[in-house]
Design a binder for this molecule. Sequence first.
Ligand code: ADP
Length: 284
Amino acid sequence: SDTLYLKVRAGIIGDDRIAVFLRDMSEQRRFEAMRRDFVTNVSHELKTPAGAIALLAETVGDAADDPDAVRYFAGRIAKESTRLTELVHRLIDLQKAQGSGAAVAVRPLGLREVARRAIAENQVQADASHITLQLSVDGRSLPLVAPEPGAAPEPDAVVMADGESIVTAVKNLIENAIHYSPEHTTVRVAIAHAPAKAGREPKVTLRVVDQGIGIPRESLGRIFERFYRVDPARSRQTGGTGLGLSIVKHCVEDCGGTVAVWSRPQEGSTFTIELSAAGENDAR
Ligand code: ADP
């Protein structure tokens, strides 16, 4: 990957003179290689469940007179097709996040309700895994559902960002936190105004903190890559496409923010999204 690819053109321009033009093609080569990898990965990821479904369907046919076996194989087929559907949805999300760039509508956005939407989308899964979800803003814990209108005002942190992008990002982080945590643990969504620093514009952070299996140190640098999974065998069993975090990264970066991870195996992981706070002058 460190090889330099040069396009060379030379021509005689005089009796004793030759002109040589060098063009650095490395960037383009890298880009093409990445695109090739991506297509290979996508076809592989699509072929695996598709192949499994074909095989299972055949087996169901053979086992037609054994109701238990039919039920078992039908269940496996359903699981594989869910996986296929999930993958297609993820690819669409990724496409949206990558393609948008300048197209995202960055405007003042209250993170409290963003977090509530992302939490609501994961509530069923959390309940099924006996995982408690929590929400806080600047250290004050808040109910997961917005209170009735007219109730006491709640704290919020307003950032400059695109609502859909950030909901997608936070939703994916919570989904992972639940997925990679044992039962009876807690997943916290903590929103906070970052401490003011001289010469730096005000920032807001949103953290998703879990008490899950954690991520080995040597994988930390790679988890935001498309299709990277710490344990491909495990994720194949439990679902997961290796696309979630690359979608998170794109969504957050499209809004001018950053996403970072802290993790220790057996202790848990913390994903931190940082965005610019909306200033007084940003029209609400
Ligand atoms: P996947 O669909 O496999 O979850 P992601 O892109 O969302 O793909 O995550 C990439 C990999 O990072 C996962 O396969 C998993 O190994 C690891 N990972 C992501 N989030 C967590 C977490 N909260 N705790 C432990 N491991 C995680």
